[in-house]
Design a binder for this molecule. Structure first.
Ligand SMILES: CCCCCCCC/C=C\C/C=C/C(=O)SCCNC(=O)CCNC(=O)[C@H](O)C(C)(C)COP(=O)(O)OP(=O)(O)OC[C@H]1O[C@@H](n2cnc3c(N)ncnc32)[C@H](O)[C@@H]1OP(=O)(O)O
Length: 300
């Protein structure tokens, strides 16, 4: 991994990168990884695995805002599973290829004016993505290079370490209550495991979107770095995590996360039933419709 960084630094200093269109530290890391094995080329997510370092970089590339649709979540779970089974992969960096957004969270259109059967399928995909990422034995690092509300924040919180662009206009948090909906208990558990009970209580009730500096202050993210350095800093952090013997780190991770995972495993079906009945309510559909309208108005 340090060879990646040395190479990035060399290129940046030599000015070669500045000759590339749209080049910066972020693209340096991406270009380096891109020169390695293209692992998967699904339409919404790109994965490159560096066979020398064992580090995969997963880039979300689903315009306009990397919302977590059924298709996106299915691709995501398949990719994480594939990497999990690959013994040559030791770590995964998750980032966005789109400007200004890491992920806009769950795709609201998947929860709006659809059939109960669709809600079941969608919610199973949300659960599956969480199980795969939260339960991953690999080192997972979120390189958060844009806004990351709700489900986007959940994905980041599932990772072992979070590095965010220090842009004060970017925010992250579980803002569900602002949409008139309630984050399920396992979203809450995941946040509580990151920032503790009190901050989760405030954050969840207020549907708080933390600015990048606020997120650092409460421990929702671990580091803020200049935007162009988010991916190279993630690579640097990864090298520290990979210096620990895998078996010891993996057992420690599993020991910390197993109770949270077991809790959803035990309530999986009930959680789906709750989601379907909650989402199907007229009042919830009305709230989601109004929220989508608000997003559109804000744009115009
Ligand atoms: C009793 C207990 C029972 C338990 C039951 C559990 C129920 C709980 C269920 C689910 C939990 C929900 C989790 C979620 O993740 S909900 C999603 C929350 N997401 C948000 O609130 C983000 C909304 N989006 C934004 O704030 C912004 O888009 C942005 C900051 C991410 C990016 O801003 P910008 O670049 O300015 O883009 P636009 O706002 O202009 O958006 C472009 C385009 O994309 C559409 N869009 C944005 N976000 C979403 C989304 N999450 N899903 C679908 N579509 C989205 C937006 O409407 C624009 O569309 P257009 O006008 O047609 O172009």
């Amino acid at each position: 991994m340090s060879s990646i960084l040395r190479r990035c630094t060399k290129l940046t200093h030599s000015g070669i990168l500045s000759m590339l269109p749209g080049s910066n530290g972020r693209s340096c890391a991406l270009q380096y990884f891109a020169s390695e094995k293209r692992y998967s080329t699904s339409s919404k997510i790109k994965v490159d695995l560096d066979s020398n370092t064992g580090v995969a970089i997963m880039q979300f590339q689903s315009p306009p805002v990397n919302s977590l649709s059924l298709d996106f979540l299915t691709e995501f779970a398949i990719n994480i599973e594939k990497l999990e089974l690959d013994r040559s992969c030791r770590g995964v960096i998750i980032t966005s290829a789109l400007p200004k957004v890491f992920s806009a969270g769950l795709d609201i259109l998947e929860m709006y004016q659809k059939s109960p059967e669709h809600y079941v399928e969608f919610w199973k995909a949300v659960q599956e993505a969480w199980f795969k990422l939260y339960g991953s034995s690999k080192v997972t690092i979120a390189a958060i290079n844009g806004n990351s509300p709700a489900g986007g924040c959940l994905l980041a919180m599932c990772c072992d370490y979070r590095i965010m662009a220090e842009n004060p206009r970017y925010s992250i948090g579980l803002n569900e209550t602002q949409l008139g909906i309630v984050a399920p208990f396992w979203f809450k558990d995941t946040m509580q495991n990151v920032v503790g009970h009190r901050e989760t209580e405030k954050g969840l009730q207020l549907g708080k979107l933390y600015t990048a500096p606020e997120a650092l202050k409460v421990g929702l993210v671990d580091e803020l770095v200049p935007e162009e350095k988010v991916v190279s800093s993630a690579a640097e952090a990864m090298s520290k995590w990979l210096a620990i013997p895998d078996h010891a780190r993996q057992l420690s991770k599993s020991m910390m996360r197993k109770p949270t995972i077991d809790r959803l495993l035990a309530a999986r079906e009930a959680d789906i039933t709750n989601f379907v009945s909650f989402t199907s309510k007229d009042s919830i559909q009305k709230s989601l419709g109004m929220y989508m309208e608000m997003l559109k108005k804000r744009r115009s």
